[in-house]
Design a protein around this ligand. Sequence first.
Ligand SMILES: [Zn+2]
Length: 317
Amino acid sequence: MSLFELVALPGKGQGLVAKSSIPKGTRILSETPLFTVPNMSAEMLEVAVRPKLKSLTKEEQRQFLALHNNFPGKYPFAGIVKTNALPCGSGAVVGGVYPTICRINHSCLSNCHNNWNGDLELETIHAIKDICAGEEITIDYSDGGPSDTRRAKLRQSFGFDCDCVVCSLPPAELKASDDRRRRIQALDEAVGNPSRMMSNPAASLADCFALLRVLEEEYPHTTSALASRLYYDAFQIAVAHGDRARGKVFAERAYKARVVMEGEDSPETKKMKALSLNPSSHSSFGISSMKWKGPKKFNPDELNDAELEKWLWRQSK
Ligand SMILES: [Zn+2]
């Protein structure tokens, strides 16, 4: 039985709505693309799409033509692709068009995550927080940042003005959200800086911890892609300085976040699992120093929750 239904939503056209409550981590759907196309101008796209459409079945053509077009005019097929295509993997220049997934609307505080599974060659949609019956299913098409940048980019790329729960907050609350999102961007950039990871691992790790706190504030009860990335960054900081024990815990957390967002069968999830089982197999193990090696006999499983967090983030003062 399907977990959702396609319904008319006031002011938004159509969208998917949960038919029953959906627990966090559930794979709501997975779909192979009707076709994929590289990123190009509308004029070229219109030409590129025609033969692809021709090769589809009548039913698939009908599904494509039923998708929304935010760019009506000279290039109708290109307009549908531009409104709906999702990149096949983060930063990919190739986008896929899907009959059902493309019906999922955007929210800057989405309850689902879309992921291109390169092994299975399909797009998956996972609940990243608990979803109630009747709640709209949403994914985040944006690249983050404060609301003015997000909204401008969404208008330009997908042709709509975002009026999601975040973008329509009262001014004071929107400003607080924008401040957090600016801080998230700055910290995300800082923790991904490899030379700082090497030269000042303590500061990098402190930034990972600060990023986690602000993510919890901005995305409550949600497993965000940024959290999974920050655990992997923390893993790399630890192993670059020979710290197997912390590396193991960070990789386990990155793995758990990936399971929620992408499932056990995603290549990234499998990679995180392998690293959690053998942290020193990572190519940067001990590359910078072995100064965080730690005692051989130490077992973090013996710590209580509070002690574990203090130890993990090296806050033991
Ligand atoms: Zn928004």
